[in-house]
Design a protein around this ligand. Structure first.
Ligand code: UDP
Ligand code: MG
Length: 182
């Protein structure tokens, strides 16, 4: 992670409230727990996860026996009435380890019961660890994941070097704003 002009311990990390966290109305509890880390929220958005995004996010786990299930899980297939996630970037001193510590172990049954995963996670009858949040594991993963989930303009400051490119694409705009402009 190359964040220039900042202290060496400055880090940014990707946090995702997964579909079970949303479905169980845990977002408030989770963000309250995370506020203990005294980090800054540098970006946040609610989104539906495409198969491509889920696949890219977990591509390093594609040979694991649970790969198909975690793709379905992140896409919200197990929580069809709440098929979305909340993605955030937390930034500050030692952000990655601070958030991982509050998150707890991957397996919610092994996670310390005072951690977010220990408090709110479960193992489904299919064996999937529904552990309510994702948190980047190290600096390389954090940079890869933040760049995968967020465009530079969606983050309140430039965490990584950017370039400006001229792009001509179509995008959806508010109809009332568009008609005023015409
Ligand atoms: N996972 C699972 N079974 C396992 C290991 C992982 O269901 O035996 C799920 C779990 O939801 C986890 C995700 O796959 O959060 C990604 O796994 P990883 O090893 O990256 O754990 P994490 O970094 O999320 O703690
Ligand atoms: Mg991981």
């Amino acid at each position: 992670m190359t964040i220039t002009g900042l202290k060496p311990d400055f880090e940014a990390t990707l946090l995702i409230v997964k579909p079970d966290g949303i479905a169980k109305s845990l977002t408030g509890n989770i963000l309250t727990r995370l506020s203990e880390a005294k980090l800054e929220i540098a970006a946040a958005k609610c989104l539906r996860v495409s198969r491509e995004l889920a696949f890219e996010h977990y591509k390093h786990l594609k040979h694991k026996p649970f790969f198909d299930e975690i793709i379905d899980y992140l896409m919200g297939h197990y929580h069809p009435d709440r098929k979305k996630v909340l993605a955030l970037v937390y930034a500050g001193a030692n952000a990655i380890s601070k958030v991982r510590e509050l998150a707890g172990a991957t397996n919610p049954e092994e996670a310390d019961s005072c951690t977010i995963r220990g408090q709110f996670g479960r193992i489904t009858t299919k064996g999937v660890y529904e552990n309510v949040i994702h948190a980047s594991s190290d600096r390389n993963e954090a940079e890869r994941e933040i760049k995968l989930w967020f465009e530079p303009d969606e983050i309140i400051f430039d965490l990584f070097p950017t370039v400006t490119e001229k792009v001509t694409t179509q995008k959806k705009v508010w109809a009332s704003v568009a008609s005023k402009a015409n």
